[in-house]
Ligand binder design. Structure first.
Ligand SMILES: Cc1cc2nc3c(=O)[nH]c(=O)nc-3n(C[C@H](O)[C@H](O)[C@H](O)COP(=O)(O)OP(=O)(O)OC[C@H]3O[C@@H](n4cnc5c(N)ncnc54)[C@H](O)[C@@H]3O)c2cc1C
Length: 536
């Protein structure tokens, strides 16, 4: 084992959404000397930068790592595939670009669990600090951050008709989900600049990467954290087969995401004692909560066949429309090439909502596919989808072997809770009602998914189990809190050791209601301030 003599104050593991932002902020102080370590390569390549490139990159295993979940009853016995970015920028380099913070109450709920400092009013300044929003000024938005956040620049007639229909169904219009409330329907904000994806790499790492106090290692896997008297003192790495030890004088920060941060903790001896012993790992701290509390949004899509050929399914196949889209993107920074996963949608309360907050998120696209990342259907398709904002089902992540290159066992336990099932069934019924409103009902011919033959609640839940999937939002596996199951405290320090924090999506004690990139960036922004304050 080679020991690298260079001393760093901080080692950040994982250059994803959180890691890139942290690297920027920690190197803003000249006294710090920071090493950022990433398993993937640099994020070169056109498709990683073009917003619509999402459809190509998410399934490209040169830039994403695919984790096969354990089959479960909730997913009809299927193993669901979870891609995660494995490249500089992490999942922010391959994600669907939707930029939404979640309900204010989400953060108040975190604070109510004993996480002082994390209520909505306390975290709003961090959301503002990191963004450069191109919409109207308001107390909710920032203009001086590095992350470009833009209002939708592709107004598709089918999406506009769906918004009108949802309004006719009774949902209020909402022109900014990142302001007062997520409730209602409207257009999503996207993390794009004038023409290109604003990934965490492009926004935060690009301006910092030439700083003298930042070293970056790519194609390097951190295999474990090293401890001396329960203080993290460095990491062991595997760089294309070569093992090395690197030292951190102040802190090691895990930003490896909700799958791999708990995996690294378990490999390093922090986790459920029985599991660690089974794999011959020396126990540093018996922490049963590491890898537990896994939450994700399970999505079910409906697809209808439209009468007109406005669907992107047709337009992308037509060379003239494709050329028009290219020109619109190049000269005006607008049009279909400026979007990723979705365009419009919103949030609402079903009759099953246990609180006064929306329990259903809606998501609409003027196209259709069998699975995200697969070829567009040949018929003119339109998709509207739902997920439950706050699923009650909980899953887990556990190492299967002490080999750090092996994937851990992921059991998402989708739809294990009855309320989750009822909410999803209700959601499909609501989407069907929206399609039948006057503004939309004459625009389509047939329901393709789940299909008109699927009518009763039992048939709908069966279709959801067999046809639903992830929206790529795993969180919660190193949860923040003060209870026995918590892995980190409100300062994101790992309980039971010193010199080690976790800063990424895994620390969310409860999943936010919508997409998870914006809240992950906020977590990193707040963490950076705490880390800088503590090493002053
Ligand atoms: C296909 C897809 C679509 C999505 N769409 C959206 C969307 O539209 N809007 C939204 O808000 N959210 C979306 N998300 C979710 C969002 O991108 C994530 O919640 C967010 O990026 C998580 O950030 P993170 O920092 O926790 O982890 P990541 O960004 O995943 O970063 C973790 C990094 O750590 C690296 N790493 C892991 N283990 C090691 C190791 N042992 N050694 C070294 N490096 C390591 C990984 O390679 C990766 O680069 C999507 C995610 C995916 C995958």
């Amino acid at each position: 084992m080679q020991i690298n003599q260079k001393r760093y104050t901080h080692i950040i593991v994982g250059a994803g959404s959180a890691g890139c932002l942290l690297a920027n902020r920690l190197t803003s102080r000249a006294q710090n000397s920071v090493l950022l370590i990433e398993a993937g390569a640099w994020d070169d390549g056109f498709w990683l930068k073009l917003p619509v490139g999402y459809y190509k990159t998410m399934n490209n295993q040169k830039v994403s790592r695919h984790f096969a979940c354990e089959p479960s009853e909730g997913s009809g016995g299927r193993s669901i595939n979870w891609p995660r970015g494995c490249v500089i920028g992490g999942s922010s380099s391959i994600n669907g670009l939707i930029f939404i913070r979640g309900q204010h109450q989400n953060f108040d709920d975190w604070a109510a669990l004993g996480n002082h400092g994390w209520s909505y009013n306390e975290i709003l300044p961090y959301f503002r600090r990191l963004e450069n929003f191109n919409g109207e000024d308001s107390q909710f938005h920032g203009r001086h951050g590095e992350l470009q956040v833009s209002k939708l620049r592709n107004h598709h007639p089918d999406c506009s008709a769906w918004l009108d229909a949802a309004h006719q169904y009774g949902l209020p219009l909402n022109d900014d989900f990142n302001a007062d409330t997520t409730e209602g329907v409207g257009e999503y904000h996207l993390s794009i600049g004038a023409r290109w994806r604003s990934s965490s790499s492009r926004a935060f790492l690009a301006p910092a990467k030439t700083r003298k106090n930042l070293d970056i290692l790519t194609k390097t896997l951190v295999t474990r954290v090293l401890f001396k008297n329960k203080k993290a003192v460095g990491v062991e790495i595997d760089q294309e087969g070569q093992k090395q030890v690197l030292h951190a004088e102040t802190e090691v920060i895990l930003s490896a995401g909700a799958i791999q941060s708990p995996q690294i903790l378990q490999l390093s001896g922090i986790g459920p004692e029985k599991l660690l012993k089974k794999h011959g790992i020396d126990v540093v701290v018996d922490k049963p909560g590491v890898g537990q509390n896994l939450q994700d949004h399970y999505q079910m899509r409906t697809i209808v066949q439209m009468r007109s050929r406005d669907s992107l399914n047709n337009q992308i196949r037509n060379p003239f429309s494709l050329l028009r889209m290219g020109l619109e993107w190049a000269f005006r920074g607008r049009g279909a090439l400026t979007v990723g996963a979705g365009q419009v949608g919103g949030a609402m309360r079903t009759d099953f909502a246990p609180t006064d907050q929306p329990d259903l998120q809606l998501f609409v696209m003027p196209l259709s596919v069998d699975k995200p990342g697969e070829p567009l259907h040949r018929f003119p398709g339109f998709t509207s989808a739902i997920w439950q904002c706050h699923p009650r089902s909980r899953g887990s992540i556990e190492i299967k072997t002490p080999d750090p290159t092996a994937a851990p066992k992921i059991q998402p336990n989708y739809l294990a809770d009855e309320l989750d099932q009822k909410t999803m069934v209700e959601g499909i019924k609501i989407l069907r009602q929206i399609y039948k409103q006057p503004k939309f009902r004459d625009l389509w011919d047939a329901e393709i998914v789940p299909g008109e033959q699927v009518r009763t609640d039992a048939e709908i839940i069966d279709a959801i189990r067999k046809g639903g999937g992830t929206v790529y939002h795993p969180v919660g596996t190193c949860k923040m809190g003060i209870d026995a199951a918590a892995v980190v405290g409100p300062d994101l320090r790992v309980h039971g050791v010193t010199g080690l924090r976790v800063v990424d999506a895994s620390i969310m004690p409860l999943i936010t209601s919508a997409n998870t990139n914006a809240p992950t960036l906020m977590i990193a922004e707040k963490a950076a301030e705490m880390i800088l304050a503590s090493s002053h």
